[in-house]
Ligand binder design. Structure first.
Ligand SMILES: NC(=O)c1ccc[n+]([C@@H]2O[C@H](COP(=O)([O-])OP(=O)(O)OC[C@H]3O[C@@H](n4cnc5c(N)ncnc54)[C@H](OP(=O)(O)O)[C@@H]3O)[C@@H](O)[C@H]2O)c1
Length: 213
């Protein structure tokens, strides 16, 4: 499958390298694709491009952009490149302007996931992977034998089932809870307030949430 990864930070690189390892065709993207030259040298087969090129390339897209850049970047790409595509949205609306811990600049009665879906109704936005560290996203089995929980929010049931299937195949995810429509991203984005505090307490991002039921 052709995958477009919007963003080239820790998350974009973790997703892109795992998908290449899994035999997918991947384009990672940045404002300055030169920035990811070293990464591309380490991951033979990965392609580099602009945000517009990656959006056009992917049959499925990952949003691994800084939260506050997401709407602007998606607005800047050709609308036709987004038409009918699933956008796996990993971004969080974090505001670091007052340092650590960050606050959420969208919360309670709204979420970044909803804002993306409202602005781009031609896409199927699936909010997921935003509640854990980049390395665990693509290798859940490295912690507690993979016995922990991933949340998923989105309006399109078929797209969610496709993502559930692909995440099992690509990354080995076993416990994925479909929380509901995209408004349920309010809850998973709000988890970041707790996630950041746990990160500060443990001094490590290698932990996860598990829903026992
Ligand atoms: N790091 C984690 O483990 C983790 C875990 C869960 C969720 N998340 C979320 O996943 C997303 C990606 O996180 P990250 O840590 O990989 O990196 P990040 O530093 O939050 O974002 C990196 C990407 O955002 C782009 N970007 C930043 N400012 C921009 C602007 N003004 N205009 C256009 N593009 C801009 C960067 O573009 P350039 O390449 O051009 O610099 C880069 O590709 C974030 O929303 C984060 O909250 C991260």
């Amino acid at each position: 499958m052709k995958i477009g990864v919007l963003g080239s930070g820790m998350v974009g690189q973790a997703i892109a390298s795992k998908l290449v390892e899994r035999g997918q065709q991947v384009m990672i993207s940045s404002r300055n694709p030169e920035k990811v030259k070293d990464f591309a040298a380490r991951v033979p087969g990965v392609q580099m491009g602009s945000f517009s090129q990656a959006a056009a390339y992917g049959e499925v897209l990952f949003n691994a952009l800084k939260g506050e850049a997401t709407l602007e970047v998606l607005s800047s790409v050709d609308a036709g490149s987004l038409q009918g595509k699933t956008l796996i949205d990993i971004s969080n609306p974090l505001d670091f302007s007052r340092g650590m811990p960050p606050s959420l600049y969208v919360c309670n009665t709204d979420s970044l996931g909803e804002q993306i879906q409202a602005a781009f109704p031609q896409m199927k936005v699936i909010k997921t992977l935003n509640t854990l560290n980049a390395n665990l996203m693509v290798n859940p089995g490295s912690l507690a034998g993979g016995d922990h929980t991933l949340f998923m929010s989105g309006n399109d049931d078929q797209a969610k089932e496709q993502v559930r299937h692909l995440f099992g195949e690509w990354f080995g995810w076993r416990d994925i809870i479909d929380v509901g429509d995209i408004t349920t991203a309010r809850g998973t984005e709000a988890l970041l307030a707790l996630w950041v505090r746990l990160f500060m307490k443990f001094g490590s991002p290698n932990f996860q949430f598990k829903v026992v039921r």
